[in-house]
Design a protein around this ligand. Structure first.
Ligand SMILES: Cc1cc2nc3c(=O)[nH]c(=O)nc-3n(C[C@H](O)[C@H](O)[C@H](O)COP(=O)(O)O)c2cc1C
Length: 172
């Protein structure tokens, strides 16, 4: 599949079949994460693969958008390793780095025939507490992944609403 085709076809899946995701596919999604660009190539991220019933239930308790997916990736930045600006106070690229990692994972999932949904509807503190994460491991997003249910689930229409380029782009 060409990149533009993938970009056009992918949409956020919020309803999944009750079917497991093959381990080879999980591994490929993680490899796509590993290959993501990060500031200075510091690779300041950690991905938790929530696959057991216990881990998924824990995620569902702190986030109402895990959609009962068979796998939920919890993508965190590792702020010990993230690039920090010397001129801008408190600026780290951790969130940006983790976002690129999650984007790679989301697109690779689609390439493998799997749906996913980027999710940020959680409290960082609640997720840290639920998974006993140290303060420097900061949850940035969750990515539920699985086979899309054919009826599409809720909110699918959002996918087709795009602003025209002249509202979004300034050429100087
Ligand atoms: C930063 C970010 C946070 C998001 N958080 C949520 C979320 O918490 N719950 C959810 O259902 N969708 C969430 N989404 C998915 C967006 O709603 C979705 O990508 C957008 O409506 C476009 O639809 P599409 O992905 O189907 O093209 C999030 C997406 C992004 C990029």
């Amino acid at each position: 599949m060409g990149f533009m085709e993938l970009a056009k076809e992918r949409y956020s899946v919020r309803k999944y079949l009750d079917e497991p995701v093959e381990q080879e596919k999980v591994d490929l999604i993680l490899e796509a994460a590993r290959l993501a660009p990060t500031a200075v190539n510091y690779q300041p991220f950690r991905v938790y693969v929530l696959q057991s019933d216990e881990a998924r239930a824990k995620a569902a308790r702190v986030c109402r958008c895990t959609f009962d997916a068979p796998v939920v990736f919890l993508v965190c930045s590792d702020e010990r390793r993230a690039w920090k600006s010397q001129t801008e106070r408190n600026y780290s690229t951790g969130e940006m780095d983790a976002s690129i990692v999650c984007t790679h994972m989301m697109l690779e999932a689609w390439e493998l025939g799997l749906g996913s949904c980027w999710v940020r509807l959680f409290s960082v503190a609640d997720v840290q507490r639920a998974f006993s994460l140290p303060h420097y491991i900061v949850p940035r997003c969750m990515l539920p992944v699985g086979y899309a249910h054919p009826d599409g689930g809720p909110y699918r229409p959002w996918h087709d609403v795009y602003r025209p380029l002249d509202e979004l782009v300034v050429t100087l």
